[in-house]
Design a protein around this ligand. Structure first.
Ligand SMILES: [Zn+2]
Length: 308
């Protein structure tokens, strides 16, 4: 090997050495930098953790009220925080009731007098619309698909919504096959018709008495086209509760989507006296549920429909 060549090779080694030192130095720099960074990160997060542990949550001003209701709000999806004070007040007045019943009754509006704190009824023009002394339909509410019931099953020219009319005909036809006569005598009633009807009753019996059996206009279930009063074509509808047809209806109406709406036991919820002749179409699923779990439509409504 020539001297020149050897010198060239020596220079090459020198360059490689310098390059290696630079690479190592840069590598060390990066490692140290990252280490510091992760250390400062972990410091930050431990600070946050400490803050969480040290900071006490602000006291909930309603904690005692929820506790008074045994924290039932955590179990019921229809619990309304806005009604908390109303629940407490109602519980104070009705210590005999359990907390769930209190929530249901206040949601219905039973802590206020009928017709005093009314609301525009939701679900209008559907089979689930609620009309009572709290849920208002309005003076312009007319069901969209009124259908005349076959005259064989009514006292003549009676209308309900299409679903309700067809279901009623099927029910009356099946009743007939079993030897029972179930006849529609009062179905859809317009706002103006109800105005006259109620005013006449009020004139005759006074408002307080009339309110127990007749709805004020705009609040009548008959205005929905989903309610029907029945008789057996032999005795007045007011005596329907004494007929064998009433027994048949109690066992079978739900199969066609109808529920008995007003009973003696539920007068304080519905606001109406016992009416064995008055049925409401709600559809087969709801009617079956209510048949299997007896409750008023008001209770069913606030439990399962109102917030859906
Ligand atoms: Zn009726």
């Amino acid at each position: 090997m020539s001297r020149k060549k050897r010198k060239k090779k020596k220079n090459l080694f020198l360059y490689l050495d310098i390059l290696l030192i630079i690479v190592i130095a840069v590598g060390l720099f990066i490692i140290v930098k990252n280490h510091n960074k992760s250390e400062s990160n972990s410091n930050d997060s431990s600070n946050i953790d400490n803050n969480i542990i040290e900071e006490t949550p602000p006291p909930d001003p309603n904690k005692e009220k929820y506790e008074k209701l045994n924290n039932i709000n955590k179990k019921l999806d229809f619990f309304k925080d806005d009604y908390l004070d109303r629940y407490i007040e109602y519980k104070d007045k009705h210590p005999e009731l359990d907390d769930e019943t209190i929530v249901v009754y206040v949601n219905i509006g039973l802590d206020k007098d009928f017709y005093t704190d009314v609301k525009d009824s939701p679900n209008k023009y559907t089979n689930t619309v609620l009309a009572n002394k709290i849920y208002y339909l309005g003076d312009d509410y007319v069901p969209k698909d009124l259908t005349t019931i076959n005259n064989s099953y009514s006292s003549g020219n009676k209308q309900m919504t299409k679903d309700a009319a067809l279901a009623f005909e099927e029910m009356a036809r099946d009743a007939k096959k079993s030897g029972y006569t179930v006849r529609a005598v009062s179905t859809y009633r317009s706002y103006s018709y109800q105005t006259n009807l109620y005013n006449n009753y009020a004139k005759q019996d006074g408002t307080a008495k009339a309110d127990t059996y007749s709805a004020r206009a705009g609040y009548s279930e008959h205005q929905t086209g989903l309610a029907v009063d029945v008789d057996n074509a032999k005795v007045s509808y007011t005596k329907f509760g004494t007929t064998k047809e009433f027994g048949w209806m109690k066992d079978n109406a739900y199969k066609y989507g109808f529920i008995l709406r007003y009973t003696k036991e539920t007068e304080f919820i519905t606001g109406y006296m016992n009416e064995p002749w008055h049925y409401r179409y709600v559809g087969k699923d709801i009617a079956k549920y209510i048949y299997e779990h007896p409750m008023t439509y008001e209770e069913y409504y606030v439990r399962f429909l109102e917030n859906k």
